[in-house]
Each structure stands twice: as structure tokens, then as C-alpha cells.
Design a protein around this ligand. Structure first.
Ligand code: GCU
Length: 605
């Protein structure tokens, strides 16, 4: 084993482990910790840690004891008291979605090749696969989707006899750590297997999926279910047959139900062939328009997976209004750990602050699950950028306890991973806590997204998406920028409950970080601090570069305390981040200057 440090101490997982309780015992033994384990299956994922005259005890369900053991070990390693008490996860389904292709590539992957697939087949790197299952269980993730939601034709074979034995083998290895597998399926798959239609109301289609489900569960009885991207970015779906998304999802749900399987159905449905001249169609409204009216129509084993924001994982978005409706439907919120729009695991961007803001707007009990697009791969530290591990760690913890302190979680990760203390610990923690705002300042302040290079999405291109069909326009001209999404404009605002409408309606009180998401404003608009809008745009980008440099200086002070290889990887990326930040600043500021003709008050352009 030759990997870089992560929050777990390195260890080869023995092949002989068979159950989460055995894994729990092994974890404790590894670190010479004595604790009695008592498995009470009815407790499921929950556990209770107690301390008595005979020593400490972890009582929990099959998986609960494993989660309890990890929690106890985390605390011991960083010198915190024994975490006595009862704990249960906030969300029963804590999912990680891999966008891995069978050839080993990973869509939007920045951490090396796929952990699961290699050259058209399953990976045989069992030590690494077992280590991965262990890693995920240590932060309580309990479902993993193996393959890309954009299902390539060859990936349809994952649910045929060609690959099912291999899925079964992997499912067994992951079950030792309480992690169940899920596969992405193609809605039109019956067409490839001799059925003349994929219409969800057609008997032949229903029979085909029923038989398919029976076959799948004969091989993999523990399969969690299917993840489906339908009628989204040119993927097939029920709309082709004039059917609703409830009819589409229920087709699969009914087939899986006898086996206890679930359908995780994505709500990322919008018109990706929009005419940019059309100013009435507003893409952020699409998920709500396609799904909100279907509340109550889904089978009870369907989980709707909704992106956290109404667009697509931008640097900052308000909460998706769809998350706040559909009370009679099970919902999961989807976040993106892989840093597609947030620095691609080159630039630092710690995400928990974003999730905290969204969780604050979500009434308790709204969600049945959370899902994250994975940021992991074969990279030696799992995540490309060694510090991007934090996002996976924090996601797992958030799924147990939303709103736990960002600072506490970040410190815990840094202590566990690099055994840092004192000033270096503070330095790393502070840098990570600030990283999101810094990134936002040099790329997309004030809620303005989509000025990225089309295709790969790294680096600036202010007009890159302006005349495209993707529905992602900022509509900057020589007078003004932004989209009016109030009732005077596209009306998006009206999808929110009254309290949120009130928060965002008036530019004078709308949080400035989302100002240009909700409003179209002239460059001379006076911000609350007295500066003009255009001056704030210039200043933010300049500050973003300056703060990136300061962060780099701080990170340089860690060269002696981080393992050499880690520091080298981090520093190489930091240098690229500085170049990227300068490029963003210069391109965006010049873009607005040329368009508006308004000079920077401090003459820096
Ligand atoms: C983004 C991303 C795609 C992905 C899509 C999705 O648009 O760029 O690669 O397929 O999201 O979430 O389905």
C-alpha cells in the first residue's frame, strides 16, 4: 500500500471480514482499543456509547456498531473525551454517486481514473476497493452508485449476466462495511433488448423490467436500486412517450419493489436546447415546473434526487425551490463533491459552508437522503488535491448531523489526517474555511454564474455560454447585468415560500452574494457600502487574487509539517490556482470595463 495520508490510519483490510460488526472489532483492535460491542439489529445505523466500571461499550445495529467504533476512535486520536450517548443519522440514505465509465474514465473526475472500472471491466484491485469501502463507512456513507448517470451503451451490461456476478462480488465486499451498491440505468434499455418501445405504460416494457429486476436480485440481493437520469441533457425518458416523470419512475419502482429495491430519480430536467433570444424561459425554473405538480404520485420506493440549487452546482446558488415543496414525496438533496465549477481539485474550495446555508433553509424532516457526486478516484490521496478529502469527510458527517460546525469538522479532519496541532492546525483550518469565499471572489461574485469556459468548465470565458442553448445567461450589456427573476421578470421568485420571496425580492435587502442571481442591475447601482456595482465587481476580483496570494503564503508555512509528497502536490496546485485567479480577475474585469466603459476608481485595469 502506497497511498497518501487520509483521516484513517493506513491498514490493509483483511479479506476475512464478513460483517460490519467484525469490521468494527477489527478497527478497534487495530488501534488497541478495548470496547465491548453489543449488536441490537433493530437499532440499524444508530448506536449508543456508554462508559461504565467495566469499560466502554458500543451498542448499536449491525452498521451502528461500526459507526460507533469510528466515532470513538476519531475522538481518541484527537484527544477528545469518549463520545458517550446515543446517535442516529439525520438521513437514512447517505449516497455517493460515481460518474465512472466502464473504460475507467470519470466524467468530471479530477482524482485520477475510476476506482471501480478499468478498460471495459471491473477493477481487480481488491485491496484498494476494500480500503475504499472502509473509508466510506468511517464517515457513515451507506449507498454507492457505481456508474455514470449518463449511461454509456456498454454500461447497460452492468445489469446483464455478463456483469452481474461481478456486481455481486463487489456488493459483498462493500457490505462488510455497511455500504450498499446502486447502478445507473438507461430508461430506454428495453429498446436494446428487442422490445419495440420503452413506454412506461406498455405491458411489454413493464414485463421486461420485472424480469430484469428478478434477474438482478437473483445475483445481487442487497442491491440498493437504480439511479436514473431521464429526459435530461438528451438522455431518454418518459416524455418521449407523452408520459410523466411519475409514470416513468413508477415503472422501475414497481419492478424493484418485490425485492426491496429503490429508484432514485433525478430532477435535473430542463430544456437544453433553448434559444438564447428567448428571455421568458428561465432554466432555474425548470425542475420545479417539471416535478412540483407530481407530488404524491410516486411509488413509496421512489426517492427524488434534487440538485441543491436551481441551476447546476455553481459557485453560489440559492436553495432549489423544489426542495421546499412536494411534502408527500421522498426527497434527496444532491451536492457535487467533484469540483466541476469550483476549482477542479486544483483550486481550494471547502464546501461545507454552502451546505450549511442550504440546510438552514430546509425545515427539519424535509429530506430522506443526501447524495453527493463523488470526488474520488485512483489518485494517491483519493481526491486529486489532498485537501479535497475534506469535502468527502464533511459530506459524510453532514449526512449524520447537518449544521455541525464547519470549523470543528475541518479541524477534526486536519488533525486526523496530518496530526497537526497548534499554529499549523490553525493555519490549515483557517485557509480551508476561507477558501470558498476567496474562490467566489475571483470567479463569480454577487451570484453571477456561468462565465466559465464551455465544455471543461475551468477558467474564465464571460461570453462562453451567452449565445448557447444551455439556458445559462447573465445578459450583460453596456448598461446592466443579471437576470430579473422577480415577478417583474421571469417570475422564478414565486416558486419560493413567502419568507424566501421576501428575502430575495428587493435588491436593497437581497443578500449581496446572490444579488445578480435575482436581479438585473445597472452598473451604477449603489451597493449597501456605497460603492457602485461595477466597482464592487472590480474590487472583488482584485481582492480574490490578493487573498489567494495570502492563502498561498500561509500554506507555504506548512511545508515542514506536512508529509513532503503531500506538500509538493498541494504547492503545485496552489501555483496553478494563483495563475487561474489572475486570469479570472483580468478577463472578467476587462470584459466589464470594455462593455461598460466605466473605469476602475483605483485605475488598476
Ligand atoms: C452537469 C455536468 C454533466 C452532468 C450533469 C448532470 O451538467 O456538466 O457532466 O452529466 O451535470 O448532473 O447530469
Amino acid at each position: 500500500m502506497n497511498w497518501e495520508p487520509c483521516w484513517l490510519p493506513a491498514a490493509d483490510v483483511p479479506e476475512t471480514l464478513r460483517s460490519p460488526a467484525q469490521a468494527a472489532r477489527w478497527e478497534l483492535e487495530q488501534q488497541n482499543v478495548e470496547s465491548a460491542l453489543s449488536v441490537q439489529p433493530q437499532l440499524g445505523d444508530a448506536y449508543e456509547i456508554t462508559d461504565g466500571p467495566e469499560g466502554c461499550r458500543i451498542m448499536g445495529g449491525e452498521t451502528g456498531v461500526l459507526y460507533g467504533a469510528h466515532r470513538l476512535l476519531f475522538n481518541r486520536r484527537v484527544g477528545l473525551p469518549l463520545p458517550v450517548g446515543m446517535r442516529a443519522p439525520a438521513y437514512p440514505f447517505r449516497m455517493l454517486d460515481h460518474w465512472d465509465n466502464l473504460d475507467g474514465s470519470v466524467e468530471r473526475g479530477y482524482a485520477g481514473k475510476s476506482l471501480f472500472f478499468d478498460n471495459g471491466d471491473f477493477s481487480k484491485d481488491w485491496p484498494r476497493l476494500r480500503a475504499y469501502a472502509r473509508l466510506l463507512s468511517s464517515v457513515g456513507i451507506n449507498v454507492v452508485c457505481l456508474n455514470n448517470i449518463n449511461v454509456q451503451p456498454c454500461a447497460q451490461e452492468l445489469i446483464t449476466e455478463r456483469f452481474l456476478p461481478k456486481v455481486a462480488e463487489l456488493a459483498e465486499a462493500f457490505s462488510v462495511f455497511g455500504v450498499r451498491l446502486m447502478v445507473s440505468v438507461d430508461f430506454s434499455m428495453p429498446l436494446s433488448y428487442g422490445v419495440p418501445t420503452a413506454d412506461p405504460l406498455d405491458d411489454r416494457v413493464q414485463a421486461w423490467w420485472r424480469e430484469r429486476a428478478a434477474l438482478i436480485y437473483r445475483y445481487v440481493p442487497s442491491l440498493f436500486g437504480f439511479l436514473v437520469k431521464a429526459d435530461s441533457e438528451n438522455r431518454p425518458g418518459p416524455y418521449a412517450y407523452g408520459r410523466s416523470h411519475a409514470q416513468g419512475a413508477n415503472l422501475l419502482a414497481r419492478a424493484l419493489k418485490p425485492f426491496g429495491g429503490r429508484v432514485v430519480w433525478r430532477c435535473f430536467v430542463y430544456n437544453c436546447l433553448q434559444d438564447w433570444r428567448d428571455t421568458h424561459t428561465d432554466r432555474p425554473m425548470a425542475a420545479y415546473e417539471n416535478f412540483a405538480d407530481l407530488d404524491g404520485q410516486f411509488e413509496d420506493n421512489v426517492l427524488l434526487q434534487m440538485k441543491h440549487g436551481p441551476f447546476d452546482f455553481q459557485v453560489r446558488e440559492p436553495i432549489s425551490p423544489l426542495l421546499l415543496v412536494m411534502p408527500h414525496t421522498a426527497k434527496a438533496m444532491e451536492v457535487q463533491l467533484t469540483q466541476e465549477y469550483t476549482g477542479q481539485q486544483i483550486d481550494l474550495y471547502a464546501m461545507q459552508g454552502m451546505w450549511d446555508e442550504i440546510s438552514a433553509d430546509l425545515p427539519r424532516g424535509t429530506l430522506s437522503g443526501v447524495a453527493a457526486v463523488a470526488n474520488t478516484g485512483l489518485s494517491r490521496c483519493w481526491t486529486g488535491h489532498p485537501f479535497a478529502q475534506l469535502n468527502l469527510f464533511a459530506f459524510g458527517l453532514m449526512a449524520w448531523q447537518p449544521m455541525s460546525s464547519f470549523k470543528t469538522v475541518t479541524r477534526l479532519w486536519a488533525q486526523l489526517t496530518y496530526s497537526l496541532q497548534g499554529v499549523p492546525l490553525q493555519t490549515l483550518t483557517d485557509s480551508l474555511l476561507l477558501s470558498r469565499e476567496i474562490y467566489e471572489k475571483y470567479t463569480a461574485p454577487l451570484g453571477l454564474g456561468w462565465m466559465v469556459n464551455p465544455g471543461h468548465h475551468y477558467g474564465p470565458s464571460p461570453m462562453g455560454y451567452e449565445y448557447s442553448a444551455w439556458g445559462t445567461y447573465h445578459r450583460a450589456d453596456r448598461e446592466a447585468v443579471g437576470v430579473d427573476r422577480t415577478e417583474r421578470g421571469t417570475g422564478y421568485l414565486l416558486q419560493y415560500p413567502p419568507a424566501l420571496q421576501a428575502r430575495y425580492r428587493d435588491p436593497a435587502t437581497c443578500p449581496e452574494k446572490l444579488l445578480l442571481f435575482f436581479h438585473r442591475l445597472p452598473y451604477g447601482y449603489r451597493m449597501r457600502d456605497g460603492r457602485t456595482l461595477i466597482q464592487r465587481i472590480y474590487d472583488n476580483h482584485m481582492e480574490g487574487v490578493w487573498e489567494t496570494r495570502q492563502m498561498a503564503d500561509k500554506i507555504q508555512t506548512l511545508s515542514a509539517v506536512l508529509p513532503e509528497e503531500v506538500y509538493q502536490t498541494v504547492w503545485e496546485r496552489m501555483e496553478k490556482q494563483i495563475t487561474n485567479a489572475c486570469e479570472w480577475r483580468d478577463v472578467i474585469c476587462n470584459f466589464f470595463y470594455r462593455l461598460s466603459g466605466v473605469r476602475d476608481e483605483k485605475d488598476r485595469l
